[in-house]
Design a protein around this ligand. Structure first.
Ligand code: SF4
Ligand code: FES
Length: 248
């Protein structure tokens, strides 16, 4: 198929940026969206032009790097997938595709489609971990019996890959689905209880400090999340935060 691409080009964080039109031809419907972008970049390199910068790593839906806004949707028109899992069969010959970076104050554009998502790392550093005594007397995690329902919910929350589609989709650029998932994966397990109060308070404080917006229960984040992270995790984070605040 032959396609017209309108892509956001921005030299660096200080550049104003603009949409630039490109044509690609003979794109197979079996290609992934990133493979189609590779075809474009090979074409640009052959013409002596700067290739389009975009983030990617695993190319199998695990790393969460391939952030792209495609035709106005985070990760494009399919559901439950990342951009690297999006196939060109979702488009038709002659289509025009608009490709933009995530738009959020807390995710500044570095170059073209690449944004700085280190705000998520700083939120994780603020409390998204369990401290373990590694003196040699560490208890085997499997020695603690865990209710099956809680184990399943904790696992579901832990499947969040930190891609940022929830933030990019939210009209408020809220990071509450991401933070809700990261709080929930520990809140439901006995191992997470020791640091529970500090964890939720510190992660929420860091989230606010980074400039993410608030949740107004629109639910767009849940729809666009490639891992199907449920809004239930935001409710759990709010209740954990309330409990932690009452404990002082
Ligand atoms: S909650 Fe979903 S959309 Fe948000 S960062 Fe995690 S995987 Fe991505
Ligand atoms: S490149 Fe890793 S999730 Fe897409």
């Amino acid at each position: 198929m032959n396609l017209t691409l309108k892509i956001w080009r921005q030299k660096d964080a200080n550049d104003k940026g603009k949409m630039v039109e490109y044509k690609v031809t003979e794109i197979s419907e079996h290609m992934s969206f990133l493979e189609m972008m590779d075809v474009l970049n090979e074409q640009l390199i052959a013409q002596g032009e700067e290739p389009v910068a975009f983030d990617h790593d695993c190319r199998e839906g695990i790393c969460g790097m391939c952030s792209m806004y495609i035709n106005g949707e985070a990760h494009g028109p399919d559901r439950g997938i990342t951009t690297c899992q999006l196939h060109m069969r979702m488009f038709k010959d002659g289509d025009t595709i608009f490709i933009e970076p995530w738009r959020a104050k807390a995710f500044p554009v570095i170059k073209d489609l690449v944004v700085d998502r280190s705000a998520f790392d700083r939120i994780q550093h603020a409390g998204g971990y369990v401290s373990v005594n590694t003196s040699g007397n560490t208890q085997d995690a499997n020695a603690l019996p865990i209710n099956k329902d809680n184990a399943d919910k904790a696992f579901d929350a832990a499947t969040c890959i930190g891609c940022g589609a929830c933030v990019a989709t939210c009209k408020n650029s809220s990071a509450m689905l991401f933070v809700g998932a990261k709080v929930s994966q520990y809140a439901l397990l006995p191992q997470g209880q020791v640091e529970a109060v500090d964890r939720v308070k510190n992660m929420v404080a860091q989230m606010d400090l980074e400039g993410f917006g608030n949740c107004t229960n629109t639910g767009a984040c849940e729809i666009e999340c490639p891992k199907g992270i449920s809004l239930e995790n935001i409710a759990r984070m709010n209740s954990e935060f309330l409990k932690a605040s009452l404990k002082g």
